[in-house]
Design a protein around this ligand. Sequence first.
Ligand code: DAH
Length: 342
Amino acid sequence: MEEKIKSFLEEIKGFPINTEEEAENFRLKYLSKKGLITSLFDEFKTLPPEHRKSTGKILNELKQAAEQKLADAKASTHQPASISHKLLDLSLPADPFTTGSRHPISIVRKQMTDIFTRIGFVVSEGPEIEDDWHNFGALNFPADHPARDMQDTFFVESEGADKWLLRTHTSSVQVRVMENQKPPIRTISPGRVYRNETISARAHCQFHQVEGLYIDEGVSFADLKQTLYYFVQEMFGEKIEIRFRPSFFPFTEPSAEMDITCLICEGKGCPVCKHSGWVEIMGCGMVHPNVLENCKIDSNKYTGFAFGMGIERITMLKFRINDLRLFFENDMRFLSQFRSVI
Ligand code: DAH
């Protein structure tokens, strides 16, 4: 057996390895599980004990020599200099380097805040877990008023008399601002809101709103109209038209809903606008005197307007998105389409 081992040693020394392929052939022939050296070790186990010592020594030397040769060969075949020209094509474009992108809701929220801050509105924020007073009470929802049913609320289990809930609208932030600041107040409040709704293409249990509030002496409905007209023109382009319809909110009087020209059919009528040519985008109105008084603002001296709109709605219209659920699914095929939009 020793003779055999010695002749393998010679064979290994002479084995030519110049390419990665030859290195792999070498490994398979000598060092793999079914390779020659492994079978020599199997044979070694059958030797009588008196032969084992010297044979074992040269067998180990053989193995080490093979491993060393393979390691050396691998190191040299990996040298860039020895990579054959076939493998290296310098004219190939580099691998693309993908950066992250903003979520469409973040893109539109930023556009909205930019538009309003240009005309003097400042951004304010409030908590997502609210108390009953800031979400309902101060906004003139009486305890048993059916208007509370308009908003299916997630209540938070809590001890004590205070009722805690996930805010159903960002109107709660206007209360916090009025409680803490003196007019003139000009603020917008973007944020997440929650409602106990069945999830569908048009509704979700979480979404985003932007609330707006302007309080000063002599603020009128004309100011409301002009501000919102400016907003939609900046957001959707100068051709857009607006229309107001009377509505009801406990915290505004008079209240209105504002529609814009349907962007899908440009006002001609289509399934999205239910063939009316108009789509609703927000609620608005003059702040109810009770709300001002609840926040310790003199309703004889000051008036103001407020508005609230869903960011998802604006985003869907702007980018022609037809399913609200897409915003919350984190599907890269959807999100990566917004890479080029800043
Ligand atoms: N909070 C209302 C909602 O979630 C939207 C709204 C309507 C906000 C009228 C306002 C407003 O500030 O004046 O449906």
